[in-house]
Design a protein around this ligand. Structure first.
Ligand code: DCP
Ligand code: MG
Length: 422
């Protein structure tokens, strides 16, 4: 039983796999205490948001399906003798300092007895769909963020259950019963807090941040844990003397905007516990892209160009399948020392076809060190996608061949299909 391997850390006592009626009642009583804390302290318009995130998702599926892997440091990813990176690792492997996105070769040095497993994406997708389906028993306001995590707005839920904490607990148990996998949950009054909360007691834990504790919680939270704060922003914040959410309170909107652009406003609000972002059930896809990591670093400019052109072809195909295009085209490069850069260009007319994107490549590549520096990863993305209304007049662009060129006038002559390299 994979769940028993993990340390269960809950805010309230909760005997994890024990699903007896008595136990359910005990849980219920202990939860009521939490919910009463929430309801006495909070304004009635407060939302109830749950963030659920599976624990060591890919690695846990492997441990579930292959019992001999249970209790072992399992790393799902590429070949440690090759150039692969860690996609997921079990908590046993994390104890050795292994984490996602680390080169597998390094992971093996840190944990020589780790068991490396190749990803089985189809299996993970299958499990993911099963888990996501469980969420809809409570609410239609489900926003999947990735294969193993989602936000749920349960303010008004289909079960008429007033306790978001109770829903989160039942969901964790239901997920365990349906899949044999453990999930962690965060419960709070907005997305920002719920997401941070779910990571506080991982694995197999739940954290509830009632609104009246939100400010105190954010006040001591290191800014590195804030959503949207990567290494660069964190350094910048530290240089300004901002180490915790509480430090942000000393800065005006103007000052934060000057330092961090639009995100500065987000930081200003978050420091005050304000995050009005709704849970968006049909989250609009923001970008379409693809990338590839090489078995061996590449240097030759011609090779880079050929690979990027191929990626452009793949992206154009995806855009065509989704019947859309986007206003921003980005090229991503990761050099052999893992430094990663992005170069982008924008056009109000947008990028739909291979031809349109290829035309931008010389400019984008000229802004990189391609041809002079070893590269381990290349990627192409189109973002700022056109919505349905915006793209409807553009549909003609995608009429399938054979339509002789010149049959349409003006902008309508380009056919993404016609110029696809296969
Ligand atoms: N993943 C990946 N590459 C990454 C990060 C994640 O392929 N750089 C995949 C593998 C993970 C899954 O996505 O299992 C979910 O990502 P999470 O960030 O939720 O990480 P885990 O579920 O593995 O661990 P945690 O318990 O920290 O959530
Ligand atoms: Mg996860």
């Amino acid at each position: 039983m994979i769940g028993l391997l993990y340390i269960v850390r809950l805010e309230q006592p909760f005997a994890w796999p024990d699903n007896s009626a008595d136990n359910r009642q005990r849980q219920c009583r202990s939860k009521i205490r939490t919910i009463s804390e929430i309801s006495t302290s909070v304004m009635s318009h407060s939302r109830k948001i749950i963030h659920i995130d599976m624990d060591a998702f890919f690695a846990s599926v492997e441990q579930r399906d292959y019992p001999e892997l249970r209790g072992q440091p399992v790393i799902v990813g590429g070949d440690p003798k090759g150039r692969g990176v860690v996609a997921a690792c079990s908590y046993e492997a994390r104890a050795f300092g292994v984490h996602s996105a680390m080169a597998c070769a390094r992971a093996q040095r840190l944990c020589p007895r780790a068991v490396f497993v190749k990803p089985r994406m189809e299996q993970y997708q299958l499990v993911s769909r099963k888990i996501m389906a469980l969420f809809y028993q409570y609410t239609t306001l489900v926003e999947p963020l990735s294969v193993d995590e989602a936000f749920l707005d349960v303010t008004c839920n289909l079960a008429g259950e007033p306790s978001a904490t109770r829903i989160a607990q039942v969901l964790r148990q239901t997920i365990y019963e349906a899949t044999g996998l453990t999930a962690s949950a965060g419960v709070s009054c907005n997305k920002f807090l719920a997401k941070i909360a779910s990571g506080q007691n991982k694995p197999n834990g739940i954290t509830v941040i009632p609104p009246d504790r939100a400010l105190a919680f954010i006040g001591t939270l290191p800014v590195g844990k804030f959503y949207g704060v990567g290494g660069v922003t964190e350094k910048k914040m530290h240089s300004l003397g901002i180490r915790t959410g509480g430090d942000l309170l000393r800065f005006s909107q103007q000052q934060l905007m000057e330092a961090f652009g639009k995100t500065g406003l987000f930081f200003y609000d978050i420091a005050r516990g304000r995050d009005q972002r709704p849970v968006e059930p049909s989250r609009i896809r923001k970008s379409i892209g693809t990338e590839t990591t090489f078995a061996e670093d590449i240097v030759e400019f011609e090779q880079v160009l050929a690979i990027v052109s191929d990626l452009v072809g793949q992206v154009a195909l995806l855009l065509e399948q989704k019947n859309t295009g986007g206003r921003t085209l980005s090229l991503k490069l990761r050099y052999s020392d893992f430094t990663t850069i992005t170069r982008s260009c924008s056009s109000p007319k947008g990028y739909f076809s291979v031809t349109e994107m290829l035309a931008q490549l010389p400019r984008l590549l000229a802004a990189t060190e391609a041809g002079r520096r070893k590269i381990r990863l290349l990627g192409v993305t189109v973002s700022n996608l056109f919505n349905e209304k915006e793209r409807s007049p553009l549909r003609f662009r995608q009429l399938p061949l054979p339509f002789p060129p010149g049959k349409f006038s003006g902008d309508l002559h380009t056919s993404a299909t016609a110029s696809q390299p296969r």
